[in-house]
Design a protein around this ligand. Structure first.
Ligand code: ATP
Ligand code: MG
Length: 371
């Protein structure tokens, strides 16, 4: 991916940031950028919650070179709200305008096989896994890793979609076919103590601003709740940050990176205790609490990083619990709005479909309340 023009110095207020994607993450990025006097131009294949707040938008297919070229000429830098950007799209843009983070991060994060191999290659622990390209390999992998296990499509999974849970009695070949006979990974199901994540911003010069790690709870494959601080002793916090910072540095990353970790618990020696589940080369749902519990949120730090501004202080002034409002749960907006210490965020989606993230609420508590 050569030929990418470089930015020279910080983008002054009034500059335009291009954002691929029109969902709630783009919307919150735009709100943060707008507060800093920066404009945002959304490029997406369909209108979404970000379009209500964008200064400009292009609604066109992600593979339309004509529209991409026009978009590139109107923005000063391009960033993304989602990792499944087609490689050709990222390349087309990167030839014309600085793209941050660099498209390599997407290439790796889009594919669980590439991602796990990359992370393991850095000497970091991941769950035992095997790549699966056909039905026989699915069977062999289940035998080798032993149930319980999870078969995951290598590409295009999110919110637990594209996954099959396998027991010793499961027909792994049939499960692989049900997932569409596409490349997959089979992963050992881990009996972890908790899930935590690291959300950090890495700036142009390699400076890092890392947020305190939240503990994340999933229900039905979807993030339900993040509480911060996670119950992690200082040494484990530091280790978690170090893992994420190493991944970011290896990618020469610019922007916000999220790394999801499985914590096997304090009985396990520190070097083996935290396993990387996956990374997201973007702002992350487990960092939404930073909007209300930190002076500078993950969204603002993503904007600062891609615009080459100094990164903002990620320190937390409060303890926090972030709860996603999924589907009809957002109908409780009136009660939440009347609750002390509750910070309500609604994404402006019209239809409350099942499993759809409609908003979130962050409940703040004085720092130290959670220990
Ligand atoms: P998201 O978009 O929410 O990050 P995803 O579809 O990319 O999800 P994963 O993060 O791989 O999928 O898995 C979703 C959740 O399923 C994890 O957060 C975890 O709770 C559970 N899970 C995934 N892999 C394992 C594993 N190997 N062992 C135990 N639980 C797992
Ligand atoms: Mg995940």
């Amino acid at each position: 991916m050569t030929g990418a023009p470089a930015l020279r110095g910080p983008l002054p207020p009034g500059s335009t940031i291009g954002i691929l994607g029109s969902g709630q993450l783009a919307r919150m990025l735009i709100l943060a950028a707008t507060r800093l006097g920066l404009r945002c131009h959304v490029y997406a294949d369909a209108k979404g919650p970000a379009c209500d707040v964008a200064a400009a938008m292009t609604i066109a297919p992600y593979d339309d070179t004509t529209w991409l070229t026009a978009f590139a000429s109107e923005v000063d830098v391009v960033t993304f709200e989602f990792e499944n950007v087609p490689e050709a799209t990222a390349r087309t843009l990167a030839e014309r305008v600085p793209v941050r983070p660099n498209p390599d991060a997407f290439r790796i994060a889009q594919d669980r096989i590439a991602e796990k191999s990359f992370i393991a290659g850095l000497g970091l622990a991941v769950a035992p896994f095997a790549s699966v390209y056909n039905a026989d390999e699915a069977k062999a992998a289940l035998k080798k890793l032993a149930a319980p296990a999870i078969l995951k499509t290598a590409r295009l999974g999110y919110d637990g979609k594209g996954q099959a849970s396998l027991t010793a009695r499961s027909d792994a070949a049939a499960a692989w076919r049900r997932l569409g006979s596409v490349p997959c990974v089979l992963e050992k199901r881990l009996a972890f103590k908790q899930e935590v994540s690291v959300v950090l911003a890495r700036g142009v010069g390699g400076t890092v601003a890392a947020y305190d790690s939240p503990q994340n709870t999933h229900a039905g494959g979807i993030l339900r709740r993040s509480i911060v601080p996670a119950p992690l002793e200082p040494a484990a916090q530091v280790r978690a940050r170090d893992i994420a910072a190493r991944i970011a540095a290896a990618l020469n990353y610019i922007g916000v990176l999220a790394v999801e970790l499985f914590d096997l618990g304090p009985e396990v020696p520190l070097e083996h205790r935290l396993l990387v589940n996956e990374m997201a080369p973007r702002v992350h749902n487990s960092g939404h609490w930073t909007l209300d519990a930190c002076a500078v949120s993950q969204f603002e730090n993503q904007i600062r990083a891609v615009a080459d501004w100094p990164l903002g202080d990620p320190a937390r002034h409060s303890d926090a619990e972030m709860l996603n409002l999924i589907g009809q749960e957002a109908n409780a907006w009136r009660e939440i709005a009347s609750e002390a210490g509750a910070c309500l965020h609604l994404y402006g989606k019209r239809e409350a479909r099942e499993g759809r993230k409609m908003g979130h609420v962050t409940r703040l508590l004085p720092k130290g309340t959670r220990g």
